[in-house]
Ligand binder design. Structure first.
Ligand SMILES: NC(=O)c1ccc[n+]([C@@H]2O[C@H](COP(=O)([O-])OP(=O)(O)OC[C@H]3O[C@@H](n4cnc5c(N)ncnc54)[C@H](O)[C@@H]3O)[C@@H](O)[C@H]2O)c1
Length: 319
């Protein structure tokens, strides 16, 4: 039995792949490498450069490797980019997922763990957000995640494809092998480190007039290793016969942009120069998870997601 990991050359996918390999799973990673550089993988991991839109090729790979489950992380990930180029997000995230699910169902793969996002909630209230909150995305990116979740519900009824949609809040942190790196980079912690180590390019703050205690946006930061562990638990849940579900993956605590900058400055022992700018289209003011359902369904507990611990894991690579 082999687990197909789409987008496994990316930041979260490479950490999920490491965790699967460490548990002794056979893993097939497919990635089109449009947003990543091929990382080194452990033995037991096969890699193929392929696009999830290529149904025929994915079908051949499923048969050749004896795939029984899929962890689907491949996608475009930037809220801001999706506002400017929604068509690319529809094509890659929605059409691509539909083609992938077609290949899975045609080749008798019945379990999918899907990388969804807190972006499905938009401007939710009250905090913390439970999975029963209305889905009202404020960006095309969030909308693509919501649509794919809805597609998965339909595939369950029609094709017995059971799924766990994991709504990540803000993935962050490093492992001994992997750093957070995106192309282009839009995430706060790597950008703050870049600004601290390259004083000519101050960090841009997108909005200082949000209705939050210090005016900057509040997010729930979850360490990538805690996220990876949740994927393994979700896979076990589906293999044990669990029903299609959606689960929040967050630490249950929010930090403002200014609080994160202060933690990075403390962790690195350097100043993070920054400039205040306008809000970015599509960004909600506050997103904090209630992780109660993931605790109950998966018996998952974040254990490395205290902000100081997250920053220490990243600082170990930056220094
Ligand atoms: N990073 C976060 O904080 C966060 C939060 C919520 C959800 N997510 C979701 O988690 C997933 C992984 O995010 P990440 O931070 O590792 O991003 P990433 O950009 O590092 O990884 C995504 C990978 O998918 C690949 N890819 C994109 N389109 C593809 C296609 N059509 N076919 C094959 N490969 C393709 C890219 O080359 C890249 O390697 C994404 O689906 C993202 O939307 C991430």
């Amino acid at each position: 039995m082999t687990v197909l990991v789409t987008g496994g050359a990316g930041y979260i996918g490479s950490v999920v792949t490491d965790a699967l390999a460490q548990r002794g799973e056979q893993v097939l990673v497919v990635d089109n490498l449009t947003r990543s550089v091929l990382p080194e993988f452990s033995s037991g991991v096969s890699f193929e450069t392929a696009d999830i839109c290529d149904t025929e090729r994915i079908g051949q790979l499923i048969d050749a490797h004896g795939v029984d489950a899929c962890i689907h992380l491949a996608g475009l990930i930037s809220v801001a980019e999706s506002v400017h180029d929604p068509g690319a997000y529809v094509e890659n995230n929605i059409v691509g997922s539909a083609r992938l699910f077609g290949a899975l169902t045609d080749h008798n793969v019945r379990h999918v763990v899907f990388s969804s996002s807190a972006a499905v909630y938009g401007n939710a209230s009250p905090m913390p957000i439970s999975e029963d909150a209305p889905l009202q995305p404020t960006s095309p990116y969030g909308w693509t995640k919501m649509v794919v979740e809805q597609m998965l519900a339909a595939y369950d009824s029609a094709n017995r494809l059971r799924s766990a949609s994991l709504r990540y809040f803000n993935a962050v942190g490093a492992t001994s092998r992997r750093m957070e790196r995106h192309e282009p980079e839009t995430h706060l912690v790597p950008l703050a480190i870049r600004a601290a180590t390259n004083p000519g390019a101050p960090l841009q703050l997108f909005g200082t007039d949000y209705p939050t205690p210090d005016g900057t946006a509040v997010r729930d930061y979850i360490h990538v290793s805690d996220l990876a562990r949740a994927h393994l638990l979700a896979l076990g849940y589906l293999r044990d016969g669990g029903d299609t579900t959606a689960l929040n993956l967050g630490a249950g605590r929010g930090y403002s942009v200014l609080e994160v900058i202060a933690a990075v400055e403390h962790g690195l022992g350097r100043t993070v120069p920054y400039e205040a700018g306008p809000r970015r289209a599509g960004d909600p003011a506050e997103l904090v998870a209630s992780p109660q359902r993931a605790r109950r369904v998966l018996n998952w507990e974040p254990s490395q997601s205290a902000l100081e611990e997250i920053v220490a894991s990243v600082a170990a690579h930056a220094c």
